[in-house]
Design a protein around this ligand. Structure first.
Ligand code: NAD
Length: 480
């Protein structure tokens, strides 16, 4: 049985309660994990609180050295971690490996910033003779990192890497269905030399563990990724203690395909953008607006790609798309599809559960493409968190932008065109935290990432994330 990690040591739950982790491809039991209550969450917070001062005072280069050692250890265990991730989450093994590698790279990126002295304050000349000002960056204290199940490792790294690099301590809370790979990485980071209490992991329901993190006054920052509804609740509750929050929430990313686009390139990027991780990505192409004159060609290419995708359990080396993560997630996609079809939409590819061996024990759903979808359909308004792609025809860029922005979400977006002017207009006018031009929706360590509107606020990645894990303090110095 895996255990939690509190104060550098393996930890179980006093209640003796455990959470069953099941494989979404088969329903088989993978492992049991202790289920924390308020007591264990407080222990982890207390440990992080006690560890904070010494970690914050550790020289940045030394912090970097320790983080690099943890990252190196994690790199030696990529296959083991990837297998855990596939078994608990469902994604294809090669995607799990990429995700585990991204975890390591993210830790290395922020450790390098810390080691190189790139994390800086400012010196400010004041309008008083003999005085100067300093803007000093200080870590915030204990950070609660609340993570969803779709990319457990990437989203863990997005929070702990910058947080630890600048001297905060962390209590991580993975989703209850995907704690195993997180626990293993936290163990390895601790083995790498993090002092006890600097990085802890507790497993348990959001309503218990998550709530304690949000309400406990010793926690000064919540880094949250999850659904928009949960995020709103997190923000309201964190407000009573004036905690810092970063909210990375839901999305419904539009892709615009202009009549001058390279349609081969566009169809490839959109198919990956929609079907990667069985469509369960925040940054996923969830709506397509294509110019009428090239719509038939694009639809044909996308439909062919969807039909060709190899759907299989993640542990099958040939799998390109695994099962959905939960029965509930699949039912939601089915309900959104039915709503569209009932209103007149046409299914061009997929639309059904996969049956027979090896699918019956898992939550598989075919890569699905629909068109002629009326504007009132749920798929245009709601987040579709599964392999379902609606395509709409538009007459020009103006109509495409209007429809793309007609959403409460504003996470990612993309535009495919060879015309630089159109690309510029897209970048200027798409209401989103990110716009990709002629390429796949991938987040880079070097660029800040985060949503607008109901997709949240605050940034992860880039040097910009450091503003969300430090506070800036002014000092005035006068020579005596
Ligand atoms: P979720 O909101 O149900 O859960 C996310 C995390 O919050 C889990 O650890 C959960 O246990 C915890 N939680 C739930 N209720 C809580 C509460 N009341 N108080 C404190 N914590 C609580 O989200 P999910 O279904 O796990 O993830 C899918 C969602 O996440 C999608 O909407 C997706 O778009 C979004 N997401 C966003 C990003 C981004 O970067 N913007 C990235 C990945 C996923």
């Amino acid at each position: 049985m895996s255990t939690m990690v509190i104060d550098g040591k393996p930890a179980t739950a006093r209640s003796g309660k455990t959470v069953e982790i099941r494989d979404p491809a088969t329903g088989d039991l993978v492992d049991n994990v202790p289920q924390a209550g308020v007591d264990e969450t407080r222990q982890a917070i207390d440990a992080a609180h006690t560890a904070f001062r010494a970690w914050a005072d550790t020289l940045p280069a030394k912090r970097a050295q320790i983080l690099m050692k943890g990252a190196a250890l994690a790199r030696q265990h990529l296959d083991e971690v990837a297998l855990l991730l596939t078994r608990e989450q469902g994604k294809p093994l090669r995607d799990s490996k990429i995700e585990a590698e991204r975890f390591v790279e993210n830790i290395e990126f922020y450790a390098s910033l810390s080691a190189s002295g790139a994390i800086r304050g400012k010196h400010v000349q004041l309008s008083v003779p003999g005085a100067f000002g300093l803007v000093v960056r200080r870590p915030l204290g204990v950070v609660g990192a609340i993570i969803p199940w779709n990319f457990p490792l990437t989203l863990l790294a997005n929070k702990i890497a910058p947080a630890l690099a600048v001297g905060n301590t962390v209590v991580a809370k993975p989703a209850s269905t995907t704690p195993l790979s997180t626990i293993r990485l936290v163990e390895l980071m601790n083995e790498g030399g993090l002092p006890p209490g600097v990085l802890n992991v507790v497993v348990g329901p959001g309503a218990v563990v998550g709530q304690e993190l949000i309400k406990n006054p010793k926690v000064r920052k919540i880094g949250f990724t999850g659904e928009t509804q949960t995020g709103k609740q997190v923000m309201a509750e964190a407000a009573s203690d004036l905690k810092h929050v970063t909210l990375e929430l839901g999305g419904s990313d539009p892709a615009i395909v202009c009549d001058d686009a390279d349609l081969e390139q566009a169809s490839k990027a959109i198919a990956i953008g929609r079907f990667f991780n069985a469509g369960q990505a925040c940054l996923a192409v969830k709506r397509v607006y294509v110019f009428d004159s090239v719509a038939d060609q694009l639809i044909e290419k996308l439909t062919a790609r969807a039909k060709k995708l190899k759907v299989a359990p993640g542990s099958d080396a040939s799998s390109q798309m695994g099962p959905m993560h939960t029965a509930g997630g699949r039912e939601t996609i089915e309900a959104q599809l039915k709503d569209a079809v009932d209103r007149g939409a046409r299914i061009l590819a997929g639309g059904k559960r996969l049956r027979g061996e090896p699918f019956d024990g898992g939550f598989f759903f075919e890569p699905t493409i629909i068109t002629d979808v009326p504007w009132e359909a749920r798929v245009w308004r709601e987040e579709t968190f599964g392999p379902l792609l609606p395509i709409a025809r538009v007459k020009d860029l103006e109509e495409a932008l209007e429809k793309a922005n007609d959403s409460e979400f504003g996470l990612g977006s993309s535009i495919f065109t060879r015309d630089l002017k159109r690309a510029q207009v897209g970048i200027d006018r798409l209401d989103a935290g990110y716009t990709w031009v002629n390429t796949i929706q991938v987040a880079y360590d070097e660029l800040p990432f985060g949503g607008t509107k109901h997709s949240g606020f605050g940034k992860e990645h880039g040097v910009e994330v450091l503003d969300f894990y430090t506070e800036q303090k002014s000092a005035v110095v006068v020579g005596v």
